[in-house]
Design a protein around this ligand. Structure first.
Ligand code: NAP
Length: 252
Protein backbone atom coordinates (compact mmCIF):
# COMPACT_ATOMS: atom_id res chain seq x y z
CA UNK A 1 0.00 0.00 0.00
CA UNK A 2 1.36 3.45 -0.76
CA UNK A 3 0.39 7.05 -0.23
CA UNK A 4 -0.91 8.78 2.88
CA UNK A 5 -4.15 10.00 4.26
CA UNK A 6 -4.80 13.68 4.83
CA UNK A 7 -3.74 13.25 8.45
CA UNK A 8 -0.15 12.45 7.51
CA UNK A 9 2.17 9.89 9.03
CA UNK A 10 2.32 9.01 12.73
CA UNK A 11 5.42 7.08 13.78
CA UNK A 12 5.09 4.86 16.85
CA UNK A 13 8.36 3.44 18.17
CA UNK A 14 7.95 -0.03 19.63
CA UNK A 15 4.55 -0.14 17.95
CA UNK A 16 4.38 -3.91 17.56
CA UNK A 17 3.60 -4.92 21.12
CA UNK A 18 2.12 -3.68 24.38
CA UNK A 19 1.29 -0.01 24.78
CA UNK A 20 2.79 0.89 21.40
CA UNK A 21 0.55 -1.57 19.59
CA UNK A 22 -2.53 -0.08 21.27
CA UNK A 23 -1.35 3.41 20.30
CA UNK A 24 -0.77 2.32 16.69
CA UNK A 25 -4.30 0.93 16.47
CA UNK A 26 -5.84 4.10 17.90
CA UNK A 27 -3.87 6.45 15.66
CA UNK A 28 -4.82 4.39 12.60
CA UNK A 29 -8.43 4.70 13.72
CA UNK A 30 -7.95 8.47 13.92
CA UNK A 31 -6.88 8.46 10.27
CA UNK A 32 -3.10 8.55 10.42
CA UNK A 33 -0.89 6.45 8.20
CA UNK A 34 0.90 4.70 11.04
CA UNK A 35 4.56 3.77 10.96
CA UNK A 36 4.88 0.73 13.21
CA UNK A 37 8.47 0.54 14.39
CA UNK A 38 9.83 -2.65 15.90
CA UNK A 39 13.28 -3.93 16.72
CA UNK A 40 13.02 -7.71 16.94
CA UNK A 41 9.46 -8.97 16.88
CA UNK A 42 8.44 -8.52 13.26
CA UNK A 43 5.61 -11.04 13.58
CA UNK A 44 3.94 -9.05 16.35
CA UNK A 45 4.34 -5.79 14.42
CA UNK A 46 2.94 -7.41 11.30
CA UNK A 47 -0.10 -8.64 13.23
CA UNK A 48 -0.81 -5.05 14.31
CA UNK A 49 -0.47 -3.88 10.71
CA UNK A 50 -2.82 -6.60 9.49
CA UNK A 51 -5.41 -5.55 12.08
CA UNK A 52 -5.13 -1.93 11.00
CA UNK A 53 -5.48 -2.73 7.32
CA UNK A 54 -8.38 -5.12 8.00
CA UNK A 55 -10.10 -2.24 9.80
CA UNK A 56 -9.73 0.04 6.76
CA UNK A 57 -6.72 1.92 8.12
CA UNK A 58 -3.26 2.56 6.78
CA UNK A 59 0.12 1.65 8.13
CA UNK A 60 3.56 0.29 7.39
CA UNK A 61 6.34 -1.53 9.20
CA UNK A 62 9.70 0.01 9.90
CA UNK A 63 12.42 -1.88 11.71
CA UNK A 64 15.02 0.06 13.69
CA UNK A 65 16.87 0.04 16.98
CA UNK A 66 16.05 3.50 18.31
CA UNK A 67 19.32 3.53 20.24
CA UNK A 68 21.31 3.37 17.00
CA UNK A 69 21.66 6.68 15.18
CA UNK A 70 22.13 5.19 11.71
CA UNK A 71 19.14 2.94 12.27
CA UNK A 72 17.04 5.94 13.31
CA UNK A 73 18.17 7.83 10.19
CA UNK A 74 17.03 4.93 7.99
CA UNK A 75 13.71 4.79 9.81
CA UNK A 76 13.03 8.48 9.19
CA UNK A 77 14.04 8.06 5.55
CA UNK A 78 11.37 5.36 5.30
CA UNK A 79 8.87 7.72 6.91
CA UNK A 80 9.79 10.50 4.45
CA UNK A 81 9.25 8.13 1.54
CA UNK A 82 5.79 7.42 2.86
CA UNK A 83 4.52 10.97 3.44
CA UNK A 84 4.59 13.99 5.73
CA UNK A 85 5.35 13.26 9.37
CA UNK A 86 2.64 14.69 11.61
CA UNK A 87 3.15 12.82 14.87
CA UNK A 88 5.75 10.85 16.80
CA UNK A 89 5.10 8.62 19.78
CA UNK A 90 8.32 7.78 21.58
CA UNK A 91 7.12 4.54 23.13
CA UNK A 92 10.01 2.06 22.73
CA UNK A 93 11.48 1.31 26.12
CA UNK A 94 13.16 -1.41 28.15
CA UNK A 95 13.60 -2.55 31.71
CA UNK A 96 16.07 -5.09 33.00
CA UNK A 97 15.97 -7.60 35.85
CA UNK A 98 14.68 -6.36 39.19
CA UNK A 99 17.56 -5.67 41.57
CA UNK A 100 18.79 -3.22 44.14
CA UNK A 101 21.00 -0.54 42.68
CA UNK A 102 24.30 -1.82 44.10
CA UNK A 103 24.22 -4.62 41.50
CA UNK A 104 23.56 -2.44 38.45
CA UNK A 105 26.47 -2.48 35.99
CA UNK A 106 27.59 0.46 33.92
CA UNK A 107 26.82 -1.58 30.81
CA UNK A 108 23.23 -1.99 31.95
CA UNK A 109 22.87 1.72 32.79
CA UNK A 110 24.23 2.59 29.37
CA UNK A 111 21.84 0.29 27.53
CA UNK A 112 18.79 1.48 29.49
CA UNK A 113 19.66 5.11 28.84
CA UNK A 114 20.61 4.39 25.22
CA UNK A 115 17.14 3.05 24.44
CA UNK A 116 14.89 4.96 26.83
CA UNK A 117 16.58 8.36 26.74
CA UNK A 118 18.86 8.71 23.73
CA UNK A 119 16.50 6.70 21.53
CA UNK A 120 13.63 9.04 22.33
CA UNK A 121 15.88 12.08 21.92
CA UNK A 122 17.22 10.93 18.54
CA UNK A 123 13.70 10.30 17.25
CA UNK A 124 12.41 13.61 18.62
CA UNK A 125 15.29 15.47 17.00
CA UNK A 126 14.53 13.93 13.62
CA UNK A 127 10.82 14.63 14.08
CA UNK A 128 11.40 18.28 14.98
CA UNK A 129 13.54 18.76 11.87
CA UNK A 130 10.54 17.64 9.83
CA UNK A 131 7.62 19.15 11.75
CA UNK A 132 8.86 22.47 13.15
CA UNK A 133 7.88 25.62 11.27
CA UNK A 134 11.48 26.75 11.81
CA UNK A 135 12.42 24.27 9.12
CA UNK A 136 9.42 24.80 6.85
CA UNK A 137 7.33 22.06 8.45
CA UNK A 138 3.61 22.18 9.06
CA UNK A 139 3.76 21.53 12.82
CA UNK A 140 2.99 18.33 14.64
CA UNK A 141 2.84 16.55 17.94
CA UNK A 142 5.22 14.39 19.95
CA UNK A 143 4.20 12.22 22.88
CA UNK A 144 6.88 10.66 25.04
CA UNK A 145 5.87 7.55 26.95
CA UNK A 146 7.47 8.16 30.32
CA UNK A 147 6.51 6.25 33.47
CA UNK A 148 5.13 6.78 36.92
CA UNK A 149 8.53 5.33 37.86
CA UNK A 150 9.87 8.85 37.21
CA UNK A 151 7.87 9.89 40.30
CA UNK A 152 8.27 6.67 42.32
CA UNK A 153 11.97 6.00 41.67
CA UNK A 154 11.44 2.19 41.57
CA UNK A 155 13.49 1.28 44.66
CA UNK A 156 14.41 -2.41 44.81
CA UNK A 157 13.31 -2.89 41.22
CA UNK A 158 15.04 -0.73 38.62
CA UNK A 159 16.21 2.69 39.71
CA UNK A 160 18.20 2.99 36.49
CA UNK A 161 14.97 2.67 34.51
CA UNK A 162 13.16 5.17 36.75
CA UNK A 163 16.00 7.66 36.33
CA UNK A 164 15.81 7.27 32.54
CA UNK A 165 12.13 8.22 32.70
CA UNK A 166 12.98 11.20 34.91
CA UNK A 167 15.28 12.34 32.12
CA UNK A 168 12.41 11.93 29.66
CA UNK A 169 10.21 14.18 31.77
CA UNK A 170 12.82 16.95 31.80
CA UNK A 171 13.40 16.49 28.08
CA UNK A 172 9.66 16.77 27.48
CA UNK A 173 9.45 20.12 29.31
CA UNK A 174 12.47 21.60 27.57
CA UNK A 175 11.56 20.55 24.06
CA UNK A 176 7.93 21.60 24.57
CA UNK A 177 8.91 25.17 25.45
CA UNK A 178 11.60 25.34 22.77
CA UNK A 179 9.16 24.29 20.05
CA UNK A 180 5.96 25.91 21.36
CA UNK A 181 6.33 28.95 19.08
CA UNK A 182 7.05 26.74 16.09
CA UNK A 183 4.01 24.48 15.93
CA UNK A 184 5.30 21.30 17.58
CA UNK A 185 3.53 20.23 20.77
CA UNK A 186 5.46 17.91 23.08
CA UNK A 187 3.76 16.07 25.93
CA UNK A 188 4.21 12.91 27.97
CA UNK A 189 2.09 10.13 29.40
CA UNK A 190 3.26 8.44 32.59
CA UNK A 191 1.74 4.95 32.76
CA UNK A 192 1.62 3.19 36.12
CA UNK A 193 1.45 -0.60 36.26
CA UNK A 194 0.12 -1.77 32.92
CA UNK A 195 -0.58 -5.30 31.72
CA UNK A 196 2.09 -5.94 29.04
CA UNK A 197 5.02 -8.31 28.49
CA UNK A 198 7.55 -5.79 29.85
CA UNK A 199 7.22 -7.16 33.39
CA UNK A 200 8.55 -10.54 32.25
CA UNK A 201 11.71 -8.73 31.13
CA UNK A 202 12.08 -7.52 34.72
CA UNK A 203 11.85 -11.13 35.87
CA UNK A 204 8.31 -10.92 37.28
CA UNK A 205 5.60 -11.72 34.71
CA UNK A 206 2.99 -11.62 37.50
CA UNK A 207 3.91 -8.11 38.68
CA UNK A 208 0.60 -6.56 37.64
CA UNK A 209 -1.39 -9.20 39.53
CA UNK A 210 0.79 -8.67 42.61
CA UNK A 211 0.78 -4.87 42.66
CA UNK A 212 -2.52 -4.03 40.98
CA UNK A 213 -4.60 -4.59 44.16
CA UNK A 214 -2.31 -2.19 46.10
CA UNK A 215 -3.12 0.74 43.84
CA UNK A 216 -5.85 3.27 44.68
CA UNK A 217 -8.01 1.85 41.85
CA UNK A 218 -7.19 -1.68 43.07
CA UNK A 219 -6.06 -2.88 39.63
CA UNK A 220 -3.41 -2.52 36.98
CA UNK A 221 -4.18 -0.69 33.76
CA UNK A 222 -4.51 -1.85 30.18
CA UNK A 223 -2.40 -0.81 27.23
CA UNK A 224 -5.47 0.71 25.63
CA UNK A 225 -6.15 2.90 28.67
CA UNK A 226 -2.70 4.38 28.19
CA UNK A 227 -3.13 4.60 24.42
CA UNK A 228 -6.31 6.67 24.89
CA UNK A 229 -4.31 9.35 26.70
CA UNK A 230 -1.56 9.27 24.08
CA UNK A 231 -4.05 9.56 21.22
CA UNK A 232 -5.78 12.50 22.91
CA UNK A 233 -2.49 14.37 23.35
CA UNK A 234 -1.67 13.78 19.67
CA UNK A 235 -5.11 14.94 18.54
CA UNK A 236 -6.26 18.48 17.79
CA UNK A 237 -8.47 18.20 20.89
CA UNK A 238 -5.23 18.91 22.77
CA UNK A 239 -4.28 21.87 20.56
CA UNK A 240 -3.49 24.16 23.53
CA UNK A 241 -1.67 21.50 25.54
CA UNK A 242 2.12 21.29 25.50
CA UNK A 243 4.76 20.43 28.09
CA UNK A 244 2.07 18.51 29.97
CA UNK A 245 1.99 15.13 31.68
CA UNK A 246 -0.91 12.73 31.96
CA UNK A 247 -0.54 10.19 34.76
CA UNK A 248 -2.35 7.03 33.66
CA UNK A 249 -1.56 5.20 36.86
CA UNK A 250 -4.77 4.33 38.66
CA UNK A 251 -4.41 7.13 41.20
CA UNK A 252 -0.92 6.48 42.53
P1 NAP B 1 6.69 -4.11 25.89
O1 NAP B 1 5.38 -4.81 25.86
O2 NAP B 1 7.89 -4.81 26.44
O3 NAP B 1 7.01 -3.55 24.44
C1 NAP B 1 8.18 -2.83 24.23
C2 NAP B 1 8.22 -2.39 22.79
O4 NAP B 1 9.41 -1.57 22.62
C3 NAP B 1 8.31 -3.53 21.82
O5 NAP B 1 7.51 -3.21 20.70
C4 NAP B 1 9.80 -3.56 21.43
O6 NAP B 1 10.04 -4.00 20.12
C5 NAP B 1 10.14 -2.09 21.52
N1 NAP B 1 11.57 -1.85 21.70
C6 NAP B 1 12.34 -2.21 22.75
N2 NAP B 1 13.58 -1.80 22.56
C7 NAP B 1 13.62 -1.19 21.34
C8 NAP B 1 14.62 -0.57 20.57
N3 NAP B 1 15.88 -0.49 21.01
N4 NAP B 1 14.27 -0.03 19.38
C9 NAP B 1 13.01 -0.11 18.93
N5 NAP B 1 12.02 -0.68 19.61
C10 NAP B 1 12.31 -1.22 20.80
O7 NAP B 1 6.59 -2.76 26.76
P2 NAP B 1 5.35 -1.83 27.18
O8 NAP B 1 4.96 -2.19 28.53
O9 NAP B 1 4.34 -1.75 26.09
O10 NAP B 1 6.15 -0.44 27.29
C11 NAP B 1 6.03 0.58 26.32
C12 NAP B 1 6.53 1.87 26.96
O11 NAP B 1 5.72 2.13 28.12
C13 NAP B 1 7.97 1.82 27.46
O12 NAP B 1 8.61 3.05 27.22
C14 NAP B 1 7.82 1.58 28.94
O13 NAP B 1 8.93 2.08 29.68
C15 NAP B 1 6.56 2.37 29.22
N6 NAP B 1 5.87 1.99 30.47
C16 NAP B 1 5.31 0.75 30.62
C17 NAP B 1 4.68 0.43 31.80
C18 NAP B 1 4.04 -0.91 32.06
O14 NAP B 1 3.66 -1.18 33.23
N7 NAP B 1 3.88 -1.77 31.07
C19 NAP B 1 4.63 1.37 32.83
C20 NAP B 1 5.20 2.60 32.65
C21 NAP B 1 5.81 2.91 31.46
P3 NAP B 1 10.10 -5.59 19.74
O15 NAP B 1 8.66 -6.04 19.80
O16 NAP B 1 10.64 -5.66 18.37
O17 NAP B 1 10.94 -6.25 20.76
Amino acid sequence: MSGTTGMGVALVTGGGRGIGAAVARRLAGAGYDVGINYRRDEAAANAVLEDIVAGGGRGFLVSADVADEASVASMFAAVDARGVLAALVNNAGIIMAQTTFDAVSLERMQRVFAVNVFGAMLCAREAVKRMSRRFGGAGGAIVNVSSAAARWGSPGEYIDYAASKGAIDTFTRGLAVEEAPHGVRVNAVRPGIIETEIHADGGEPGRVARLGPTLPMRRGGTADEVAAAVAWLISDEASYVTGAFIDAAGGR
